[in-house]
Design a protein around this ligand. Structure first.
Ligand code: NDP
Length: 259
């Protein structure tokens, strides 16, 4: 039986930074997915301009969908819209990329900072995965899908960070205290583990990936990794994933990061 390939993808937070570059590289791949959903919370706003230009350039491949990952109703509507466009096909790749950071030290971190960051970085990926699950399951049930063969199994990628690692905390804490951000991504790692267990029966792989310290609005100008290289590395790692990597935290070069 011929192996399946990634034919449909959704990237959340796709209007700038790593998300935008992931969509660009997916669209410009030699064998691109035929349906790339670019999630964006404000497609009509000024921050969506680069994404709109990209979607216009690849209008046969890229579809912008309004998706605010901190708003359950927006997620539900986005899933409905994607479902109509998939028209019976499954979703092969979901990249939960949208994220926020408040670089607060302990004295600057209050309840609102903790809750707001958790809503976007932890709750959002859970709700998006839940509402898109029927399409991931549909992809898993298609002929040629197999968890042991890289590139054929539906994937959920949660974009995490080295800063989520408890073991690495003594090395990373002083340069980036970021209480709310670290805690929200550590919780995202646990969701990754739980979803990996739950989706074993479905043949869906769930992996967390650290994109590197990347030159974006969030990473800042001093970051050593160019967004092009981060996205390229992530997509290469994604293309190698099998059930062996489900529930793991990997970096953009494929190395495992301890919890
Ligand atoms: P940016 O700040 O450059 O971009 C963040 C993206 O997420 C934007 O498109 C933003 O949209 C979107 N977003 C934020 N909140 C929401 C929401 N509620 N709904 C939908 N979209 C939302 O960040 P990066 O590209 O650098 O980061 C992408 C991911 O990589 C994040 O999860 C981040 O935590 C992770 N990461 C980044 C690192 C780095 O060094 N850059 C290091 C480790 C991890 P909008 O324009 O509307 O705000």
């Amino acid at each position: 039986m011929a192996a399946r390939r990634c034919d449909s993808a959704l990237v959340t937070g796709a209007n700038r930074g790593i998300g935008l570059e992931l969509v660009r590289q997916l669209a410009e791949a030699p064998r691109p997915p035929s349906l790339i959903f670019a999630g964006c919370r404000d497609p009509a706003g000024p921050r969506a301009k680069d994404l709109k230009d990209l979607a216009e350039k690849h209008s046969n491949l890229v579809t912008i969908i309004r998706l605010d990952t901190s708003d359950p109703e927006s997620i539900r509507q986005a899933a409905g819209e994607a479902g109509s466009r998939l028209a019976g096909r499954g979703l092969d790749l979901l990249i939960n990329n949208a994220g926020v950071n408040t670089p607060g030290q302990l004295r600057d971190t209050g309840m609102k900072d903790m809750v707001d960051v958790f809503v976007t970085n932890t709750v959002g990926p859970l709700l998006v995965t839940k509402d898109f699950l029927p399409y991931l399951q549909r992809a898993a049930s298609q002929p040629g899908s197999g968890v042991g063969v890289a590139g054929t199994t539906p994937l959920v990628i949660n974009v995490s960070t080295l800063l989520s690692s408890m073991e690495k905390c003594p090395e990373t804490f002083s340069m980036a205290p970021m209480y709310s951000y670290r805690a929200s991504k550590a919780a995202l790692n646990m969701l990754t583990r739980c979803l990996a267990e739950e989706f074993k029966k479905d043949g869906i792989v769930v992996t967390a990936i650290h994109p590197g310290w990347v030159k974006t609005d969030m990473g800042g100008p001093k970051a050593p990794v160019a967004v092009v290289d981060s996205a390229k590395g992530m997509l290469r790692v994604i293309s190698t994933l099998t059930d062996k990597h489900s529930g793991m935290l990997l970096d953009w070069e494929g190395s495992s990061i301890p919890w």
